[in-house]
Write a protein that binds this ligand. Sequence first.
Ligand SMILES: Nc1ncnc2c1ncn2[C@@H]1O[C@H](COP(=O)(O)OP(=O)(O)OP(=O)(O)O)[C@@H](O)[C@H]1O
Ligand SMILES: [Mg+2]
Length: 308
Amino acid sequence: MPVAIITGASRGLGLELARSLAADGWNLVIDARDPAALRVAAERLAPSGFVRAIAGDVADAAHRGDLVAAATELGRSVVLMDGSFQFGDVGVLLNLNPKNKSIADLVPELEQGEPASLDTFVINHSSGVRVLLAPPSPEMAELITPAGVKKVIEALRRKHDLVIIDCTSWFNDTTLAMLDVADVVLTILSLEITSIKNMRLFLEVADQLGYEENKIKLVLNRADSTLGIRVADVENSIGRKVDHTIVSDGRSVVYALNRGVPFFLSNREAQVSQDILRLARSVVGGQSQTDTVDAGKSTQKKSLFAWR
Ligand SMILES: Nc1ncnc2c1ncn2[C@@H]1O[C@H](COP(=O)(O)OP(=O)(O)OP(=O)(O)O)[C@@H](O)[C@H]1O
Ligand SMILES: [Mg+2]
């Protein structure tokens, strides 16, 4: 997705240029000195494309740095794959409902070898993120094999800077295929005894699968909902530090998801959005290019799960 920085974009030539680039599918970082005028311009441009508005003076070096940082972020090509093949929510959450565009439509191609026309099945979301949806009905999930999943991920990886996969929360053969090839696995827990128990089990299995400890990152969701269990209790119980925390914010999260608009876009200033931003930045900043499949470790994996 191309990205442009337009200074002085609240009116006149700057605004016109922004308008025509947004209409052509560019992501924009716009600036002006007057925050109120800039906000109005951003609202007018938003329906055509993804716009980040940062008020400030271009004579100020720190402000110029902020503009460049925002453009770098927007310039990365990101693809989100719904890895929950039976009951994936990504289409509903992003308000995307196209016909014949999901990973299930790729299956015939996978059977013939490499998926050649991946682009046909990947959808452009207005945020600039590209999306590969889960099949439209649960029975189609059976068509997708672990080998097929790996091929799709490899193909997505070749074309994008970042591949993000939303997995199911249980172990099955396709989820294990995704975990195997991932550089980073974000595992979510909350301050509830059941969640802590499941995290301990997950970490034990991850260890037996031979995943390196720093491949797994612990994300504590609803970290401020402390009803009898504190973060320190969790860390003592699982023997690891929590890597990231996200606050609970039903108002922003549920309202946004019911409208099919990511809360990060509709309410960027909210603490929950800022927590997600911090998490995303740390993943991108610490992204490793490790080799993903280790033949020596796969023998061990087979003995853990009968179907592998
Ligand atoms: N930080 C939060 N603040 C407020 N509400 C939240 C938060 N995180 C999750 N929720 C609520 O909990 C619901 C379930 O969260 P989410 O979809 O992330 O769970 P999940 O583990 O992915 O579920 P599944 O396994 O079904 O995919 C969300 O739809 C939202 O309503
Ligand atoms: Mg989910």
